[in-house]
Design a protein around this ligand. Structure first.
Ligand SMILES: *Cc1c(COP(=O)(O)O)cnc(C)c1O
Length: 374
């Protein structure tokens, strides 16, 4: 055990130190450190191309990008969403004064089940906020059709889906808007950071001032907003990381393929395969453990890995509707598939620095539990 290296669930990608330093050096001449500086504008342009979307609006983090997008759209009343997500999605809804209404998820993709949405629509519903969980693409066609039929807005939480395409289109081009997170643990990062993508020019110009205290010009402040601007050091990190992203994705792909190869044929271990028409980003490797078939629980696997300094996460457990801060506030959600999954899911370590031999070590430990060889 002395020779074993510690493996965390995620590990940030960093450019070479010198590369970053060279790129921030001009800031000492310009002394323009934030407020839509040169690098901010350059990153915005590059992301429009990379994400294949009409407009990108950058933020200091993904959470505020989502909150301000909700507020810019003037949503009211109820929002249909998924409880199988990072708490940020639900917090953004509740902090904007709206009521989350939780729909169940699809057992294969873990994204919101579109066939469960319509029954939850009331006269108070103003929007649907689905999540491309683990980078799996939601059923965007059905969701967008339901929204159109009922006059609802759609904001996708695409925090996990950077660079994913569906039928050759950037994932941020579906719905009315999408939010991306550029947090250090995500596939692409700006240390902290985030973006809204949209085809609406009005939304982008509203977000431009909304993330800057609502300031329209020197004398006019016409919307209520916090400070959520991305600074130049963040933007430079993004420009650096973007240069190396293809390489990083290739490394992730190798690790994911190895996991799949090793775990695919074991009874009771449920893994996701790449979806049809999707070009994936290999952001996460969720494993769902059916203890009745595997003979051991999710928690037993987590504990065994931890004994070897390998840290997997129960991601997402608990469901957001079960979190302490929401107790007694909303109607009980009928979400059996999400509940079953949350009790059995374990997100295995995944990053561009994870090697095939790391993956093998993790899989050997998991498979040793039921005596499988592979
Ligand atoms: C990371 C994440 C967010 C929040 O993004 P930050 O950039 O950390 O604020 C929101 N939703 C999901 C699903 C996430 O994983």
């Amino acid at each position: 055990m002395e020779n074993e290296k510690k493996i965390l669930v995620a590990r940030s990608s960093l450019p070479e130190f010198e590369e970053y330093v060279e790129m921030i050096r001009p800031l000492w001449d310009s002394v323009w450190l934030t407020n839509m500086g040169e690098n901010h504008e350059k990153l915005t342009e590059e992301l429009v191309k990379y994400l294949q979307v009409p407009y990108v609006s950058l933020f200091t983090n993904g959470h505020l990008a989502l909150e301000l997008c909700i507020q810019a759209m003037g949503l009211t009343g109820e929002v249909i969403t998924t409880p199988f997500t990072f708490v940020s999605t639900t917090q953004a809804i509740v902090r904007s004064g709206l009521t989350p209404v939780f729909a169940d998820i699809d057992p294969k993709t873990y994204t919101i089940d579109p066939d469960r949405i319509e029954a939850l629509i009331t006269e108070k519903t103003s929007a649907i906020i689905p999540v491309h969980v683990y980078g799996n693409v939601c059923d965007v066609e059905k969701i967008d059709a339901i929204a159109k039929k009922h006059g609802l807005k759609v904001i996708y939480d695409a925090a996990h889906a950077f660079g994913v395409t569906y039928k050759g289109k950037g994932i941020g081009s579906f719905g009315d808007a999408s939010m991306f997170s550029f947090h250090a643990t995500k596939v692409f990062h700006t240390i902290e950071g985030g973006a809204v993508t949209t085809a609406s020019k009005e939304l982008v110009s509203d977000l431009y001032k909304r993330r800057d205290f609502g300031i329209k010009d020197e004398e006019v402040v016409d919307v209520i907003g916090p400070n959520a601007k991305m600074n130049e050091f963040q933007a430079v990190m993004g420009l650096c990381n973007l240069k190396h992203l293809q390489e990083e994705l290739r490394k992730r792909e190798i690790a994911v393929n190895r996991y799949r190869e090793r775990l695919r044929n074991t009874k009771g271990l449920i893994i996701s395969e790449t979806q049809k028409d999707v070009s994936p980003n290999y952001a996460y490797f969720p494993l769902v453990v059916d203890e009745n078939k595997f003979g051991h629980t999710r928690d037993e696997i987590k504990d065994l890995l931890a004994e070897h300094e390998i840290y997997a996460r129960k991601y997402f457990y608990p469901l957001t509707n079960k979190m302490d801060c929401y107790q007694g506030r909303f109607k009980n959600a009928d979400v059996p598939v999400a509940a079953w999954t949350a009790d059995r899911v374990l997100t295995l370590p995944m990053s561009a620095s994870l090697t095939v031999s790391d993956v093998d070590r993790i899989c050997d430990l998991i498979l040793s539990l039921n005596g499988s060889k592979s």
